[in-house]
Write a protein of this length. Sequence first.
Length: 174
Amino acid sequence: MSLLLEPFYVIRDFFEAGGDVLYGILVVTILMWTFIIERLWYFYGEMPKRVRQVQEEWDNREDTTSWYARRIRDMLISDISLEAKQYLLLIKTLMAVLPLLGLLGTVTGMVQVFDVMAITGTSNARLMAGGVSAATIPTMSGLVAALSGVYLVTFLENKANAEIEQAEDLLLPY
């Protein structure tokens, strides 16, 4: 039974060593990955249906060459573009916030080091080590969490642009 609980103890010790900022990093990372997974689901599950629906709407039009028809085409492509790029800016913002939260953890950890130095002097290395640990673990965690989404955000942006171009090609004005 202790073999099953050991990973939980390790995670608990990691969060205790890193300080309270790690909980903020965890929440932001979960949010970021929730939106990344939602976008993947959208592109592979819902987007093809939406593009087919828009293409059918365009193909059922009698007039596809007038100025008015081209404005409708622009509107349809704009709608697809908005849907495809939804949440991408939010994901990128969450990715940018993660290293800043790590930096906040660094500052709070260094404050712990300075508190120990003020109370006990500079000779107690063991007490200062806890603050140094609390300073470096959040920095590493924030950077790793942000880096975990870099590839997929780039992939999602490229996928959105490709889908928009495909929709433009499907809605030809003739």
